[in-house]
Design a protein around this ligand. Sequence first.
Ligand code: FRU
Length: 558
Amino acid sequence: MPTELPLRAPAIVGHGFLLTAALIFAATAFAQQPASAPAAPALAAPWQPQIHFSSPPNWINDPNGPVLLNGQYHLFFQLNPFADQWGHMSWGHAVSPDLVHWKQLPVALAEEKGIAIFSGSTVVDADNTSGLCADPGQKTPACMVAIYTGASQDKQTQNIAFSRDGGATWTKYSVNPVIDHGLKDFRDPKVFWHALSQSWVMVVSLPDQHKLRFYRSHNLRQWELASEFGPAGAVSGVWECPDLFELPIYDEQDKLVATRWLLNVNINPGGPAGGSADQYFIGQFDGSRFIEDHPGSGPHWVDWGNDFYASTSFSNLPSSEDRTWIGWMSNWKYASKLPSLPGRGEMTLARHLYLREPPAYPPPTPAQEPLLLVQEPVLGLPVDKRYLAMFGAPAFQTVAKANERISAKKLSGSVYRLRFTLDPGDASEAGIRLRRSSINPDDPATEETVVGVDLATGRIFVDRTRSGKTDWSSDFPARVTAPLKHSQTEGIPIEIVVDNNSIEVFGEDGETVLTNLIYPAASSQGLAFYSTATPPGTAPARVRDIELIPLGQARTRK
Ligand code: FRU
């Protein structure tokens, strides 16, 4: 059980009075600034992400073994060191001080003798439980052990490798594999230290059986089977990249009330938007067995967009830091055809995680999970506030008034965080159009991505059918939707993080998330609120607390 503060610390840019005052001051300063953030230096391609990790000119997929060690976040990932298509899977390596600015390092674990290095995890073995971290009786606090799937033509096994120098150099264990059942599909081990039972626990997938297996070990080398979970939830595709961790539950007053375990498993295909997606189960874990709280209540989707897959959480975070995970921002249904950045594949933003009790009314139906998973994007703040634009706070204003401000301030951009609270009133649909080919909100646009709320269905949506280059896969142009979880009386808080080729939407304070790639023209930087017309005498759509922060140049450097 965590021993930290009973109250959830406010987000870095929150609604505290002092902070609001600072933001208003910054907003005033904004008026004297150029219309938009300074032009980015010329990029190789208009879609190269600025605040997301990618590895041009190569192919990448799943994040692997993210871990914090000595103040540095390490990210390993599925990499083809030779090409921009999947193959020769190895673990690439990057480090970051803040989860946004990444520096790429040499390959950590390379394919060897026909055995590819598939997904897995990393732990810090500070006590040398493995005996691999130092000579007997010695310790190497900066020792990492990676647990990964070795994949050959005929079977997949679990293997380990260690690094005694904080991740700089790696040695594969000479007695690999550490688990071998001769199975063709058996992959993606996630290992963590379970303090109560004083043992390492591994959760690993039997993809085509829609089952997860739990193993236990005292030395990371010898493993014994403890239990299995599944099939359960969504089972129409293979199960991959599981994770298991304990999360705090906060009530509506931000008070810590309890904890629960979240068992996560990615599924491909069969997601809510088609193709790859991520589902979770909530329950109890005693070190050997996971018991779901509400069997049959799912599937519970982590993200309703097209492009969130293979999520995995950081190990070795201090208990004062929220559980944090990161995903691959793509979908196997078209990943090999993505327009080149150059290179293919990138990560989502890292996201902090916790659970929230739902509002008391309406009470959840038996089929609903009574706890909500909250995801908050990690932006590596402080951001450059010189260009912050904030208006419409705290009073609601009409869509037309908000657009007047956008027009007057000539607000535009392609890499920013935008937050606002939307009250759709009696409009059947309302929201915002982003990455528009027209800068003036009142002009029609040939290209735009729409984030909106459809009141008839009670759903939030992202429509990328006119988002730019969409013709490279018939699966790409799409409108994806997610059910809203709250009544809309107070307005719907919406946070959107836009990068050169993506839109991550965190609706309802991170309870309803949609992640999508887009390929707009570099010049498509306009934004405009919109709503369908409301008859006279009815309530128009309104917005308040509008805050736009351009995000700086964080492009990955090799
Ligand atoms: C998920 C996945 C994993 C596997 C890896 C191979 O995207 O299929 O199951 O380990 O990719 O690159």
